[in-house]
Design a protein. Sequence first.
Length: 101
Amino acid sequence: MKTIQDKTFKEKQSAELAIGTFAISTFLFILYIITNESPNILVIAWPFAVSGIALNSIMFTHLADRFIHLPEYRKDIAFKILILLSNIPITFLYYLVVMKL
């Protein structure tokens, strides 16, 4: 007989990181559009984008490690990975608009 566990994977940092980087990048994108494409905004946004990519990559690596080593929490961890990865197409869309492709 198999015991069903109702425990959830308690880690809030990955969702907070994903939502935080999304909110800040959206704010910088809107600020760039409002200021008539001021290059000064890009000077601020570029370091943020690079650091956001680095932090999200580190968090993705951490969640992938947890996904492998904690099979009982895979559903919760997979959901957190999807939230984290959802920033990629949004950021790519912002990039395309800024570069006018």
